[in-house]
Write a protein that binds this ligand. Structure first.
Ligand SMILES: Cc1cc2nc3c(=O)[nH]c(=O)nc-3n(C[C@H](O)[C@H](O)[C@H](O)COP(=O)(O)OP(=O)(O)OC[C@H]3O[C@@H](n4cnc5c(N)ncnc54)[C@H](O)[C@@H]3O)c2cc1C
Length: 508
């Protein structure tokens, strides 16, 4: 059997796998992406990116590619949270930004980036077996020309919710599948249907349907307000069903029409569709994100019971993992660095599950108690601090990895700042493009720079000035998280903590 070599095998060319391949390229290691489908899928999945991943993409210089394709991110005025709404319109600073870009386009742009950085993507190649020992991991692959093997230092299963890699590695995926199917559509309003002034519609033979939720004995029909100008109708049906659908199997107009008929008990004539998607909710998290040389990222590691967060979470898994794998492969990485991937990303997945489970609880039930819960929650959300806190939780911007260190910034994502250096003007975002560890000295401390120089060239040193500095010096990991920060005064000896952080993350 033929055998090829790689540094890292990435299984699956979805958003998590492609982001990982690009990041590994930035880290200077060779990734081979194996994707079982011959062509990118046609099922319409995520319709946008939002929250922390936008900052991460900007820190890599990738956001420009996305905005060229789809326009700038913008503040989200209202975010539906289970059965209630987060209304950010009254806040001075909106905590949740999002950009509308179809998942297929995100994948296309990430693939482009990964290939430019040296990744090889093989489509029509399915991984069917995995073995590992102390030296390497070997994947057995069914390709168009037969079966072959790929040998690598590590393998990452980015192969979606039904992950074969997770199964082969024997990693448990406890949780539940909700007995509920949602079918989402954007269609042109049929000529026989009248658009009403309140954004509702009048359907011949059925009558008026108002925007919002129409509950029937057979499910929910949710209608977004229809604009008389565009005559585009966004709606969703929700039905109780035990069936488990393949998320790669596209929704058809016939299936959608049947669902509308079941829910409303009547035919609704539908015009041409511009979007058709079916989704179900699962609530699952892999027990371990690592088994020896095999790792999991993206949906293979977690499935969330609400929309809007899964793709972003999976891509950030990849950003966390890539620099650690690259450091290990290049040599000199600390022994336990790779274990921090599970610790940090299982924790991050737990935060995402926390807010999506809360959404699931809030959208369930029509009895007075359930309605009261929603009403109370909605009332609490008129308080600014509560609203800000929820916004940060949904955006994932409140994530602080548990790390040793006394400064309040330790573990958080480094804020972007304009910087003035001897070489001219720059910013934190720009310094992070190359995905390298950075020591940022904002208070001109040669004594600290001297310490960090012992870690050169692994860690880049930048001395800069900025207007309103959140700390006097900080050590930023390639994923943008702060490993050490200090606000210094003459009395404080932070050098021991700095040495410890440098050793912990970048080796002795
Ligand atoms: C209708 C719908 C709407 C959604 N809306 C949103 C949204 O608004 N926001 C959001 O964040 N998320 C949304 N999601 C979720 C989002 O699509 C997923 O979180 C995302 O696709 C996960 O990316 P991934 O790379 O982890 O896995 P996937 O995208 O599932 O990619 C896995 C890849 O692995 C390949 N593969 C599987 N097994 C093998 C194997 N053995 N060998 C080789 N290749 C293999 C598959 O073919 C696939 O291409 C939505 C999903 C659906 C279905």
């Amino acid at each position: 059997m033929q055998e090829m070599n790689a540094d890292v095998i990435v299984v699956g060319a979805g958003p998590a796998g492609l982001m990982l391949a690009g990041e590994l390229g930035r880290g200077g290691v060779r990734a081979v992406v194996l994707e079982r489908r011959e062509k990118p899928g046609t099922a319409q999945k995520a319709s946008g990116l939002g929250g922390r991943i936008l900052d991460v993409l900007r820190y890599r210089g990738l956001l420009d590619r996305m905005t060229e394709a789809s326009g700038d991110p913008s503040p989200k005025p209202i975010f539906p949270f289970g059965g209630v709404y987060l209304d950010f319109t009254g806040l001075d600073e909106n905590p949740l930004h999002a950009m509308a870009i179809p998942q297929a386009r995100v994948e296309e742009l990430l693939a482009e980036d990964a290939v430019e950085l040296g990744a090889q993507i093989f489509r029509g190649h399915e991984v069917v077996a995995v073995t590992q020992d102390d030296e390497a991991v070997v994947a057995e692959v069914n390709g168009p020309d037969g079966t072959y093997r790929v040998r690598a230092r590590y393998l990452v299963g980015c192969d979606g919710g039904r992950s074969r890699i997770r199964e082969l590695a024997g990693i448990g995926f406890p949780g539940s599948t909700y007995p509920e199917v949602n079918r989402l559509a954007a269609v042109a309003v049929h000529e026989s249907v009248t658009v009403l002034d309140d954004g509702g519609i009048d359907v011949p033979g059925f009558g008026r349907i108002a925007p919002g939720f129409t509950h029937t004995d057979n499910g929910i029909f949710a209608l977004g307000a229809v604009s008389p100008e565009t005559r585009v109708m966004f709606f969703q049906t929700t039905e109780e069903e035990d069936a488990e659908y393949d998320s790669d199997e596209p929704l058809t107009m016939a299936e959608l029409g049947d669902s509308v008929r079941r829910v409303l008990g009547s035919e609704v004539p539908l015009g041409e569709p511009t979007r058709l998607s079916r989704y179900q909710f699962q609530d699952r998290q892999a027990e371990n994100y690592r088994c020896g040389r095999v790792f999991l990222a993206g949906d293979a590691a977690h499935l969330l019971p609400a929309t809007g967060a899964a793709m972003n979470l999976g891509m950030t898994d990849s950003v966390n993992l890539a620099w650690k794998l690259a450091a290990d492969i290049r040599g000199g990485a600390p022994a336990n660095l790779l274990d921090t991937y599970h610790d940090e990303r299982h924790f991050a997945g737990g935060r995402a599950l926390l807010q999506t489970r809360a959404q699931a609880a809030l959208r369930q039930g029509q009895d007075p108690a359930a309605q009261a819960l929603r009403a109370v929650f909605q009332e609490l959300l008129t308080d600014e601090p509560a609203l800000r806190r929820m916004g940060a939780l949904v955006a994932g911007t409140d994530l602080r990895y548990p790390m040793p260190g006394t400064h309040s910034l330790t573990g958080t994502f480094a804020p972007d700042m304009p910087l003035h250096t001897d070489q001219g003007a720059t910013s934190v975002a720009e310094l992070m493009h190359a995905a390298r560890p950075i020591f940022l000295d904002l208070a001109d401390r040669p004594d600290l720079r001297e310490i960090v120089e012992q870690w050169a060239p692994r860690v880049e040193i930048h001395t800069a000035k900025t207007g309103d500095r959140p700390a006097d010096a900080m050590l930023i990991r390639p994923d943008g998280h702060i490993a050490w920060a200090a606000t210094l005064d003459e009395q404080t000896d932070t050098s021991t903590e700095l040495r410890a952080a440098l050793t912990q993350w970048f080796g002795a």
